[in-house]
Design a protein around this ligand. Structure first.
Ligand code: NAD
Length: 285
């Protein structure tokens, strides 16, 4: 059994991106620039934004942070997005989710210029992905695909099960796998008999948000497991918490040929793919 080292893979990607940025600036172009919009005080969002900004700095990507109070109106946020869309010094725009309840996230995402939409959440980019056109692909499923290709090489003909159908992970993951010529099943909260679906799958991608839901005895021996879930659960000792995925790791590791750990699997790839998308946005000019 091989543990897929997402952290090491992400570090290699980040080093490659940093080299590409140096080559770009050496050729006279300005550094890629990412505008990061953070509204409100959600502690997890603050951590994510801090990590993204630190990763940009390390890769030589300029990041411009726009922090706003939780009482920002939707009109004010749309005005900020419009200003960033027009700004030629901004290549990528990331609006950190979730947004406060008075703001319609879908409307804000749709207001971002699709060619600056480095999160890949704009419906135009979702459409490009679904129709096999080039565009921005959401960072988490893109990171999963990178890990799968690095581990398995060609995915054509593989039976893949994606558990979860969110716009951020499950759906774009399914599109990527279809484009990679896998045979894809998408399961969700209404699916019947997940163990039977899992038993057929060469590749299982779990993006549900339920701690250790996927059990080892569901899996086909020799399969590859990509665990997207990040769940905080109480430690057995009762003191403090720990992170677990959507897959019961030690059980699954006994059956699978390859598996991502949580943490250190998909998580680091998400940030690396955000940097890759920002570099791509800068190169589109
Ligand atoms: P979501 O809540 O938007 O979607 C969850 C999906 O799981 C839904 O489509 C739902 O139908 C499905 N589901 C719920 N219960 C189910 C069940 N019992 N059986 C089968 N399917 C079920 O969540 P999301 O944004 O897609 O995130 C999923 C998980 O991935 C979360 O734990 C989240 O924290 C994590 N995540 C990790 C990263 C990362 O960088 N590693 C990025 C995004 C999300």
């Amino acid at each position: 059994m091989q543990i897929i080292d997402g952290k090491a893979h992400a570090l290699r990607m980040r080093a490659d991106i940093a080299h590409a940025v140096i080559a770009r600036t050496a050729a006279g172009a300005r550094a890629p620039a990412l505008a990061v919009v953070l509204v409100g005080e959600d502690p997890a969002s603050h951590v994510y934004v801090r990590n993204k900004i630190a990763a940009c700095a390390e890769a030589g990507i300029t990041s411009i942070e726009h922090r706003r109070d939780a009482n920002l109106t939707e009109a004010e946020l749309l005005a900020l997005v419009a200003q960033l869309n027009r700004d030629p010094a901004v290549d990528g725009i990331l609006v950190q989710l979730p947004l406060p309840p008075q703001i319609d996230s879908a409307r804000v995402i749709s207001a971002i210029d699709p060619d600056k939409d480095v999160d890949g959440f704009h419906p135009v980019n979702a459409g490009r992905l679904a129709t096999g056109l080039d565009g921005f692909v959401p960072c988490t499923p893109l990171g999963c695909l990178r890990l799968l290709e690095a581990t398995l090489g060609d995915l054509s003909g593989a039976d893949a099960l994606v558990i979860g159908r969110s716009n951020i992970v499950g759906r774009p993951m399914a599109s990527l796998l279809v484009s990679a010529s896998a045979t894809v099943t998408v399961a969700h909260s209404r699916s019947r008999d997940l163990p039977a679906l899992s038993a057929r799958a060469d590749i299982v991608i779990a993006a549900v948000g339920r701690p250790e839901m996927v059990r080892g005895n569901w899996l086909k021996p020799g399969c590859t497991v990509i665990d997207v879930g990040i769940n905080r659960v109480p430690k057995e000792s009762g003191q403090g918490t720990r992170l677990v995925g959507d897959v019961a790791f030690s059980e699954a590791a006994d059956v699978a040929a390859h598996i991502t750990p949580v943490p250190g699997g998909v998580g680091p790839m998400t940030i690396a793919c955000l940097l890759e998308n920002t570099l791509k946005a800068a190169a589109r000019e």
